[in-house]
Design a protein around this ligand. Structure first.
Ligand SMILES: [Zn+2]
Length: 335
């Protein structure tokens, strides 16, 4: 089968590799879509994975082969990755830079096929399209982060950065009863989409004084909750300067390099700062995510801007990692 094989930091090559053989209690799945996740970009650009590995985990597809002992799934079933209650390993304090690098891990879904344990998959409900299914994991991340921010009705909310996950969160905080939603985002495509999905005002941080503008709009108080979704060098510091006194800063951004934090700029605000990644979402968040998707409460497809064939994956990763060139929102790979 064809797969995008990680060769070295910043380089993947599409190659012919053996199609995996499903072991006992595994199924072979023909991949329909696999979303490009921020963690894949991190692993790729910082070499946090072993050469020879195939990345990609936000997948959905169709079962084409059953391993020994598989009872609950049939050939032709539409399935996707899913985090089940009790199905996850105990929380280990591992440094991801080390723990993701094991070459023994089986291949990921930037490939034509994946072998998946039946304990890690779910049949895709009829109401959910393939494209939506490949977007459940980021939706779960969005729902988890919104819950972590502990939003209350009529809170004001600001987002630093409007990437694909923030675009889902904007819809969710609207539903949660936000009084106003303000966004700081320099990329035109993302700014436009943020406004379309319910942001009251979107500011370009390179052209406007975002902090001054939003503080003014909130009557001098600052937003009750700030979500830091940008991962630029000074954006967490900005979030802390922006937030209301005793407000909450929830940081989804995974910085790849040291950042600037100057508490002197904001310590009198006494913000509560929480860090989250999708890694700490729970099976309950997954259950909510699926329910939200089945009911169509959040438009996930609108955040998918681009679908690429497997052979364009290397150049697409390069573009996604270059903010000056990237005009894409969520990208799905269709092997
Ligand atoms: Zn992911």
């Amino acid at each position: 089968m064809k797969a995008a094989v990680f060769k070295k930091t910043g380089f993947m090559a599409v190659e012919e590799i053996p199609t995996p053989v499903p072991r006992a209690n595994e199924v072979l799945v023909k991949i329909k879509y696999c979303g490009i996740c921020g963690t894949d970009l991190h692993n790729y650009s910082f070499g946090i994975t072993a050469p020879g590995r195939v990345l990609g985990h936000e997948w959905c597809g169709v079962i084409t082969e059953l391993g020994k002992g598989v009872k609950d799934f049939s050939m032709g079933d539409r399935v996707m990755l899913y985090k089940h209650e009790g199905g996850s390993s105990p929380r280990l304090r591992l440094n991801p830079r080390a723990s993701y690098s094991s070459p023994s891990r089986r291949t990921g879904a930037y490939a034509e096929y994946i072998a998946a344990s039946t304990s890690r998959i779910i049949r895709i409900p009829d109401e959910v399209s393939d494209k939506q299914a490949a977007t459940l994991e980021p939706l779960v991340a969005a729902i988890h982060a919104v819950r972590l921010g502990q939003i209350k009705i009529s809170d004001t909310v600001a987002f630093i950065g409007a990437g694909p996950i923030a675009l889902l969160m904007i819809q969710r905080v609207r539903q949660a009863g936000a009084r106003a939603v303000y966004v700081s985002e320099p990329a035109k495509e993302r700014a436009t989409k943020a406004a379309e999905l319910g942001a009251d005002q979107v500011f370009n941080p390179f052209e406007e004084d975002v902090i001054a503008e939003i503080v003014k709009l909130t009557g001098g108080k600052g937003p009750d909750i700030v979500y830091e979704c940008a991962a630029a060098k000074n954006t967490l510091n900005q979030a802390c300067q922006l937030v209301a006194r005793n407000g909450r800063v929830t940081c989804l951004a995974v910085y790849q390099e040291p950042i600037i934090l100057t508490p002197l700029d904001w310590y009198t605000m006494q913000p509560e700062i929480k860090f989250t990644t999708n890694g700490d979402s729970t099976p309950f968040d997954w259950e909510i995510g699926m329910e939200v998707m089945i009911k169509g409460q959040i438009d996930v497809e609108t955040t998918i801007s681009t679908i690429i064939p497997l052979h364009e994956i290397q150049e697409t990763f390069q573009t996604l990692l270059d903010p000056s060139k990237n005009t894409m929102l969520r990208v799905l790979v269709k092997p």
